[in-house]
Design a binder for this molecule. Structure first.
Ligand code: FAD
Length: 413
């Protein structure tokens, strides 16, 4: 990034005006069709083109570029999960995020803040101890902290004992970070397009043709597109799109809401989350407080915001930071999130030859954008599932070998 800035500053050559090259007409055939133009789909397309030389690739997006959950998430990036499989997976994603601005020559505003998850009960303390052990063993920086250390990490928290749920301790994860979510998607899109990937927005996939157990083509609102392979990365619509190929996924989809406040002077460096209070808070570089919580309690395909969620989220946030009572909210929004029974993703082959799944990303998939692209592209290019994602295969639900991550996702995202 620094070198690029110097080169641009001293040289005469300026970057092209248009962010993405003009898209040619939709072709009748591609080697790989990526369904979904969010961060995951774009990252998969980029990795196929950049690292596997597969450039005859089309990304088909029914709306505008990265307008789904990529545009709606709260951008928490962390690796302190509870299972060894997930901890390793997110550890590798974190590493890719740390280097992403350089790799893509695009400033994604990656900002390391540290993430503090609060424990208000003995049960949480026990779970956090387990997480800290697993994390440390898997090479992820994550430690239990007591009240005196919490007071140093985040002096603004109400640590008194006269509140409904007094804070008892916490899990401190120094590499926890945030990044500009749109920038991540734009960066992958730009670099993929430069390598020859075609990104077709306003192109909804409405059907998937399978013959003799192999994917042949996708049908779109703009015509039929034959393909050697196809991968779906459609976040909240995973089960609907998989159904087009005749696949039934163990997924239920719930709205997940979030909100931001008016901008305030920077005061909150770490990312704070509390599973007990079902809320998490961070402050963006622009000063807004980003506040999120758990999913809505019933499955629904709607991205509306509700007053009850707003009230409960604010009430819980004020239990942690009472001095924010007079701060005003700026916006509230929602995305549709796909929840699997074990709170882990579904990645890899689908059971239909040439058709791949990148699904079940629930409330935690932004931080996986980089590693998903890398591992899914390697899987599609080689036809062999990348070792990092074998445990997230769809058939784990048939063999009762789930990867239970419920405790570590909850309201931490
Ligand atoms: C409020 C909220 C907060 C979140 N916070 C975090 C967080 O802090 N950290 C974290 O790691 N994760 C978080 N997440 C989860 C994260 O946003 C998602 O897991 C991630 O963005 C998924 O990326 P994606 O590219 O798969 O999905 P998307 O960005 O949703 O992209 C999928 C695309 O597929 C398109 N599509 C759907 N159907 C079709 C079709 N038939 N044909 C063509 N295109 C189609 C959609 O239009 C969409 O653009 C949050 C989610 C929400 C809603």
């Amino acid at each position: 990034m620094t070198l690029t800035l110097l080169r641009l500053g001293l040289g005469r050559k300026r970057p092209p005006e248009r962010a993405l090259p003009a898209v040619p007409p939709l072709q009748p055939h591609y080697d790989v069709v990526v369904i979904g133009g969010g961060g995951h789909g774009l990252s998969i397309a980029y990795h196929l083109a950049r690292y596997h030389g597969i450039r005859n690739v089309a990304v088909l997006e029914r709306g505008y570029l990265a307008g789904g959950n990529t545009a709606r998430n709260t951008a928490v990036i962390r690796a302190n999960y509870i299972s060894p499989e997930a901890t390793t997976f997110y550890r590798e994603s974190l590493k890719l995020f740390q280097n992403m601005s350089d790799e893509l020559d695009f400033n994604i505003l990656f900002s390391v803040r540290g993430q503090l998850t609060l424990a208000h009960t003995d049960a949480s303390i026990r779970t956090f101890r387990q997480r800290a052990e697993v994390n440390t063993f898997m090479g992820v920086d994550s430690v239990m902290v007591e009240l005196d250390e919490i007071a140093k990490i985040c002096p603004q928290l109400d640590l008194s004992s006269h509140v409904r749920y007094p804070i008892q301790g916490g899990l401190w994860h120094p590499p926890g970070a945030i990044a500009r979510h749109d920038a991540v998607a734009w960066a992958y899109a730009r670099r993929a397009a430069e390598l020859g990937v075609e990104i077709h927005t306003r192109t909804e996939v409405t059907g998937i043709e399978v013959e003799n157990g192999r994917v042949q083509a996708v049908r779109t609102a703009r015509g039929r597109v034959a393909c050697g392979a196809a991968v779906q990365a459609v976040a909240g619509w995973s089960s609907e799109v998989a159904r087009l190929a005749g696949i039934r996924l163990p997924i239920r989809s719930f709205p997940l809401q979030a909100m931001v406040s008016q901008p305030l002077k920077p005061f909150l460096d770490p990312l704070i989350s509390s599973a007990q209070l079902h809320c998490y808070v961070s402050q963006t570089p622009r000063g807004e407080l980003v506040i999120g919580g758990g999913s809505d309690p019933y499955p629904l395909y709607r991205t509306r915001s509700t007053l009850d969620l707003k009230e409960s989220l604010i009430a819980h946030t004020l239990e942690l930071f009472p001095f924010l009572a007079r701060v005003k909210l700026l916006r509230q929004w929602a995305g549709v999130t796909d929840m699997t029974p074990d709170y882990s993703p579904i990645m890899g082959p689908s059971g239909i030859a040439g058709y791949y799944l990148d699904a079940g990303w629930g409330t935690w998939g932004f931080k996986a954008t980089a590693i998903c692209g890398k591992t899914m592209a390697a899987t599609i290019a080689s036809g062999t599932t990348d070792p990092l994602i074998t445990r997230f295969a769809l058939d784990r639900f048939k063999t009762y070998s789930q990867v239970n991550e419920m405790g570590a996702t909850a309201a931490s995202h």
